[in-house]
Design a protein around this ligand. Structure first.
Ligand code: HEM
Length: 528
């Protein structure tokens, strides 16, 4: 039908010219200049050479040459969708966050699911953690809950993140394996990092080969704070529970799917949303106070630990629905920038040393990835509430302050003077009391690396335990160095002896290694 309004004169070389007519728009350059011929560069004579003068050719190739931006340093492969968050139970008693006040109110949302280790073009069913990043465009600014589908993490301190990721990604000399945990560097690192053992149990479980993005849980992982209008602080862990249920594939299926359809998860989400089968998650919170935190066996600031739901039940407070696919993958899914630092008044951080490091890292990497401090002007990142400040200039500045005044305080009148602080409505950090010597150590409360790993393992059904053992045998059998295999088994002995034996058998270890030694040197005496 469209084609009928094209006049299609053939060029001399037989190339097709589709010409604007009727309501078919005229092709233009980026400067708006109408284009007469998009098939042929300007040449001297019929056979060239091509002329440097040709503005259309130069602009078109110039733009193409700069199409790629760096992929995310982690979570490069992902897929996003739009939707909304609806509050079903008010949290007004524990937080002043506007988004968590009024039952029934909807807040626009954008969610990006991802794998961690693989490059942008890798396959969807890799055995890997899945990112579950949620941006809520609230009336008090964007609140990002940048979570994963597993409630704990590999490391306790952000300073180890570059090592973890280097070890997990392709080995630097050979450039492979792509998106595989099965290699020496990865297992070498984790076997020397006992704090990762709880996470290892989760990643060897079927959680890392989800059936669909729609059948995954999500977790904020860290302990955050909610702060009430009266300034009272309550600790919180965030959970997303899929209405579709929790489902995984088995390894055999994952391998086949990767070959048959590397886009399995993105296609699944795209198809479901387009078919009107909107995936939905419940938002749950675990709320606890300082007294619970003090009495808890583990440190609530340690991201390798969960708060058992038997101790603190999950209270459902809202739902997240994804009901619209993106118009453009690059503009939205690629350019979206999540950051743990993006919170709203009434939500605050804790001293979790992983969270503190993330707050720095995301902003820093996004300047590199998106190329300008003005990436908040990109529509997918722009808040949907009023934005007014005196930030200006930089690459691609498209929202500079208006008028004469770009500083404050100033003595210009209301219409000229620009925005002002709001002590009532503005963000205030919770005035947590912290003091002590400046030290580069890990507290003793972070030292137990095995109890929760065991707790997870024994909580699994027999078939799930078998899958964990099978996965360990499969992955470790790809490891060439016998000492690394044995070192892993030496940790498993602290988690579950049967599991350790099964894995040792599967790997054909002649003898069982001694259980791993205590993880780290004794702590220095603290100054009084
Ligand atoms: C990206 C989650 C730890 C640095 C991401 C993404 C998720 C995520 C979901 C992808 C966001 C998207 O879809 O665009 C987590 C979780 C962590 C964790 C749950 C632990 C609890 C860390 C740490 C660091 C870090 C410790 C560094 C110190 C990054 C970076 C990116 C990223 C640099 C790329 C961001 C971008 O290019 O926009 N993370 N992460 N992450 N993460 Fe993490």
């Amino acid at each position: 039908e469209m084609a009928t309004s094209f006049a299609e004169p053939q060029g001399q070389g037989g190339e097709t010219h589709q010409v604007a007519a009727g309501d078919i728009a005229i092709l233009t350059s980026a400067q708006g200049m109408p284009i007469a011929d998009d098939q042929n560069s300007l040449k001297y004579g019929a056979r060239g050479p091509t002329l440097l003068e040709d503005p259309h050719f130069r602009e078109k190739i110039f733009h193409f040459d700069h199409e790629r931006i760096p992929e995310r340093v982690v979570h490069a492969r992902g897929f996003g969708a739009h939707g909304f968050f609806e509050l079903t139970d008010s949290l007004a008693d524990v937080t002043r966050a506007d988004v968590l006040q009024r039952v029934g109110e909807r807040t626009p949302a954008f969610v990006r699911f991802s794998t961690v280790a693989g490059s942008k073009g890798s396959f969807d069913l890799a055995r890997d953690v899945r990112g579950f990043a949620v941006k809520l465009y609230t009336k008090e600014g964007n609140w990002d809950l940048v979570g994963n589908n597993i409630p704990v993490f590999f490391i306790q301190d952000a300073i180890k993140f570059p090592d973890l990721i280097h070890a997990a990604k392709p080995e630097p000399d050979r450039g492979f394996p792509q998106a595989q945990t099965a290699h020496d560097n990865f297992w070498d690192f984790v076997s020397l990092t006992p704090e990762s053992m709880h996470m290892i149990m989760w990643i060897m479980s079927d959680r890392t080969i989800p059936r669909s993005y729609r059948t995954m849980e999500g977790f904020g992982v860290h302990t955050f704070r909610l702060v009430s209008a009266e300034g009272k602080s309550t600790f919180v862990k965030f959970h997303w529970k899929p209405k579709q249920g929790l489902q995984s594939v088995v390894w055999n299926e994952a391998v086949k799917i990767n070959g048959a359809d590397p886009d399995f998860h993105r296609r699944d989400l795209w198809d479901a949303i387009n078919a009107g089968d909107f995936p939905e998650w419940e938002l749950g919170v675990q709320l606890f106070d300082e007294a619970f935190a003090e009495a808890f066996d583990f440190d609530v600031l340690d991201a390798t630990k969960i708060i058992p739901e038997e101790l603190i039940p999950v209270r459902t407070v809202g739902r997240l629905v994804l009901d619209r696919v993106v118009d453009n993958f690059f503009a939205e899914t690629e350019q979206v920038a999540f950051c743990t630092q993006n919170v709203v008044p009434g939500i605050d951080f804790t001293n979790d040393p992983l969270l503190q490091g993330r707050n720095f890292s995301y902003l820093d990497t996004q300047l590199k990835r998106l190329g300008s401090p003005n990436f908040t002007h990109i529509p997918i990142n722009a808040p949907k509430c009023p934005v007014a400040n005196f930030q200006q200039d930089g690459h691609m500045a498209i929202a500079n302050p208006r008028g004469r005044v770009n500083y404050e305080p100033n003595s210009w009148g209301a219409s000229i003077g620009g925005p002002r602080e709001s002590p009532e409505r503005g963000f205030t950090s919770f005035p947590a009391e912290d003091q002590g010597p400046k030290l580069r150590i890990r507290p003793e409360s972070f030292a137990d690396h095995y109890s929760q790993a065991r707790q997870f393992y024994v909580s699994q059904l027999a078939i799930e335990q078998k899958h964990i053992a099978d996965a360990l045998v499969f992955e470790l059998s790809k490891v060439e160095r016998p000492d690394i295999r044995a070192r892993m088994v030496s940790h498993l002995l602290h988690i579950d002896e049967m599991l350790a034996n099964t894995v040792a058998d599967g790997l054909g270890l002649a003898t069982l290694p001694a259980p791993a030694q205590a993880a780290r040197a004794p702590l220095p005496d603290l100054p009084p």
